[in-house]
Write a protein that binds this ligand. Structure first.
Ligand SMILES: O=c1ccn([C@@H]2O[C@H](COP(=O)(O)OP(=O)(O)O[C@H]3O[C@H](CO)[C@@H](O)[C@H](O)[C@H]3O)[C@@H](O)[C@H]2O)c(=O)[nH]1
Ligand SMILES: C[C@H]1CC[C@@H]2C(C(=O)O)=CO[C@@H](O)[C@@H]21
Length: 476
């Protein structure tokens, strides 16, 4: 049932549809804004739950009013409204509960769309969008928001299994090299594979799901990835051996900042597209700190820590010679009967002289603040790119999905960070923080070199939270 899609007299209508998770919404909404600036008509299809939060905490709808052809539409994510959507909820709920309802709702939106949708840009993890697009005769581009290196590892999992390189045989086996992922033969170890590959059961449903979605991504009319040729060229070439229509369109946050700064200059009030209320007070705290004296510690929008892990991290930070800005999301510390929240209150009180703790930070502005000298990160792909573009060296503490592979690339290929995977010990935290912040290990130079040289095609300028002109001049 094809609709009349003749778009001679109107701008093409693109529907952008992210997975209902912060890290995916982030880059997809940036892509949508870039397309709106380029004159496309845009529908951004979000879950009811996430759209409500974007509006409540960041007034997102008001920001997009400036683009006459931009509209938000919302559908269910398939979960009951009162579902907490925190912890490890996503992969367990996806196939049986979320996918069927989202698929039906997507179909309904497309059938009733006026003007008709000319092209779908779907999240590469939402493989069902391909079937809906085919049924309705609409071209579809998949956008995989995680890293190209991990995409390539996911793609290669059946070959790794076939070659007998999986399963992993216990902890002594973790440093064995995996030789069946083309282009990564010299540096990818068992330890660097996504954590679900650590299961002994290679028939595991999560492994199957991730491989299925990845292979499906290559059946779309094109695949786009949030990276630059200069950054990920060798891996992109490998992916193109399976599908030639693979495009590097990023780093999207840098592309968008370039265009917005060119248009609005420093008077531009940078929009936050996050699901939590941003605490800008940390910028005022950073303004009082010397250049490159603070380490920023944040593990993204999904990762939780146990009370014990948080304490190890905190003691390590406290014993290092460095000040810290620590992000602890609400309800992200796992502990019995409110123990998690109690420990955060206690740490806030005890950190006063050495650090600052917030629930949610304006991360891009933080990473570009002159007081920041390092980023202690979980290596979510957005955070990794934001750190690279800002020229900030990393301490990598990956938790799941693409983060382990990203950590390996950051530390071993780009050499702009230290790898702390599988460890959470205050002494090691202390040493790594001192290495990066006090002794300024050699790679700190590489981080800014990569930012300036490797991705030089991005005419990127740092974003600022609104400051008075005099204040901005004084800081130069
Ligand atoms: O206080 C904060 C903390 C984070 N962010 C932003 O939130 C995003 C977080 O994204 P990311 O670093 O990619 O981490 P996750 O939220 O964990 O993202 C999920 O989605 C990513 C993209 O697919 C994957 O790479 C990750 O592994 C996966 O966990 C970034 O843009 C940050 O700038 C803020 O604005 N303020
Ligand atoms: C919940 C995670 C499963 C895979 C998705 C992903 C990806 O590689 O596409 C990365 O991180 C996540 O948010 C998703």
């Amino acid at each position: 049932m094809e609709q009349d899609r003749s778009s001679q007299s109107r701008p093409p209508h693109v529907l952008v549809f992210p997975l209902p998770i912060q890290g995916h919404i982030n880059s997809m909404i940036k892509l949508a804004e870039l397309l709106a600036i380029a004159g496309f008509k845009l529908t951004f299809l979000n879950s009811h739950h996430n759209h409500e939060r974007l509006v409540k905490f960041n007034n997102i709808a008001a920001h997009f009013e400036r683009y006459s052809g931009f509209q938000f539409k919302t559908i269910t994510d398939g979960l009951p409204l009162d579902h907490p959507r925190s912890g490890n909820w996503f992969l367990d709920m996806f196939e049986d509960t979320m996918e069927p309802k989202m698929k039906e709702s997507l179909r309904e939106v497309l059938v009733n769309s006026s003007p008709p949708v000319d092209c779908i840009i779907g999240d590469g993890f939402l493989g069902f969008a391909l079937e809906v697009a085919k049924e309705l005769g609409i071209p579809i581009i998949f956008f995989r928001t995680s890293s190209p290196c991990c995409f390539w590892v996911y793609y290669s999992i059946p070959d790794i299994i076939q070659a007998g390189e999986l399963p992993i045989n216990g902890s002594e086996d973790m440093d064995r090299l995996i030789t069946t992922v083309p282009g990564m033969e010299t540096y990818l170890r068992c330890r660097d594979l996504p954590t679900f590959c650590r299961k002994l059961d290679i028939e595991d449903s999560i492994i199957k799901l991730v491989v299925k979605q990845t292979r499906k991504s290559l059946q779309a009319d094109a695949l786009i990835l949030n990276t630059a040729e200069e950054l990920d060229g060798p891996i992109l070439s490998q992916i193109r051996t399976k599908c030639p229509r693979v495009y590097a369109v990023g780093p999207l946050h840098a592309q968008l900042n370039t265009r917005l700064n060119a248009k609005h200059g420093e008077s531009y009030d940078h929009i936050s597209n996050t699901l939590w209320e941003v605490d800008k007070s940390c910028i005022f705290w950073l303004n009082k700190q010397p250049n490159r004296s603070v380490i920023y510690v944040s593990f993204g929008s999904i990762t939780s820590t146990s009370r014990e892990q948080l304490l190890e991290l905190w003691y390590g930070l406290l014993n290092s010679k460095t000040k810290f800005l620590l992000l602890v999301r609400p309800n992200s510390v796992i502990g019995k009967d409110g123990e998690g929240e109690d420990v955060v209150m206690e740490l806030m009180e005890r950190s006063k002289d050495r650090g600052y703790i917030v629930n949610w930070a304006p991360q891009e502005a933080v990473l570009n603040h002159p007081a920041i000298g390092g980023f202690f990160t979980h290596n979510g792909w957005n955070s990794t790119l934001e750190s690279v573009v800002a020229g900030v060296p990393m301490i990598c503490w990956p938790q799941f999905a693409d983060q382990h592979v990203n950590c390996r690339v950051v530390s071993e290929v780009w050499k702009i960070g230290l790898d702390m995977k599988d460890v959470c010990d205050s002494k090691i935290v202390e040493k790594m923080v001192n290495d990066v912040m006090v002794d300024r290990k050699e790679f700190a130079k590489s981080a800014s070199e990569i930012a300036k040289e490797e991705i030089k095609m991005v005419q990127w300028r740092p974003i600022h939270l609104k400051r008075s002109r005099a204040e901005t001049r004084a800081r130069r």
